[in-house]
Ligand binder design. Structure first.
Ligand SMILES: [Zn+2]
Length: 193
């Protein structure tokens, strides 16, 4: 017995074409007895994708898998280009996989597809804060540092001149200002979450 590489039907060993769909390629070894169709998980887990400019090529392990993925894509309104039966059979027998082409834009927007396809190349590193972000961070630190320095300088100069009331008020309102900033920062963080 041998299994059709496209529809999964088990045919007689002497059969040259599949009795169901007429396909000419059969899988070498039929999978576990009693399972004529691979489950969706096993059908999808080995697909890899490669980017070629505006197109993404999905390498499917069998013609059956390629057909299944194309059906899934078309139900999600994604146009998938699959070679015709003869070419697919040739590709499968020569390379051991079948190439399915889809537009890269469709690949990017189809969220489901990412879960069934793994990129053969590692994903690009996550973007950092960039030069402007780094400058902003330094600026933020700079705002706090001169603020503290000016406060400390004012406080010591008031104390030096014996102006205890001014020093007390400065300390109080500085603390109120710090408290307001902390509240403001906490509120901003809460909104950004
Ligand atoms: Zn068939």
């Amino acid at each position: 017995m041998k299994k059709c590489a496209r529809c999964g039907l088990v045919n007689e060993n002497k059969a040259e074409t599949c009795t169901s769909c007429g396909f000419t390629v059969f899988e070498e070894k039929p999978p576990h007895a009693g399972r004529t169709k691979p489950g969706p998980e096993s059908a999808h887990s080995g697909v890899t994708a490669e980017r070629h400019g505006a197109m993404v090529t999905l390498k499917c392990r069998t013609p059956a898998e390629a057909c299944l993925i194309r059906e899934n894509l078309e139900s999600a309104n994604v146009i998938a280009l699959l070679p015709d039966d003869e070419e697919m059979a040739l590709q499968y027998s020569q390379k051991g996989y079948v190439e399915l082409e889809i537009p890269a834009a469709a690949y990017d927007s189809a969220g489901d597809l990412r879960s069934i396809v793994e990129f053969s190349a590692p994903p690009p590193p996550a973007p950092g804060i960039g030069t402007s972000g780094k400058l902003l961070a330094m600026l933020l630190a700079a705002v706090i540092v001169p603020g503290l320095l000016i406060f400390a300088w004012l406080l010591t100069s008031y104390r030096k001149h014996g102006e205890e009331t001014k020093a007390k008020e400065l300390k109080l309102w500085f603390l109120i200002g710090v408290g307001a900033w902390v509240l403001f920062i906490l509120a901003s963080l809460a909104f950004s979450l």
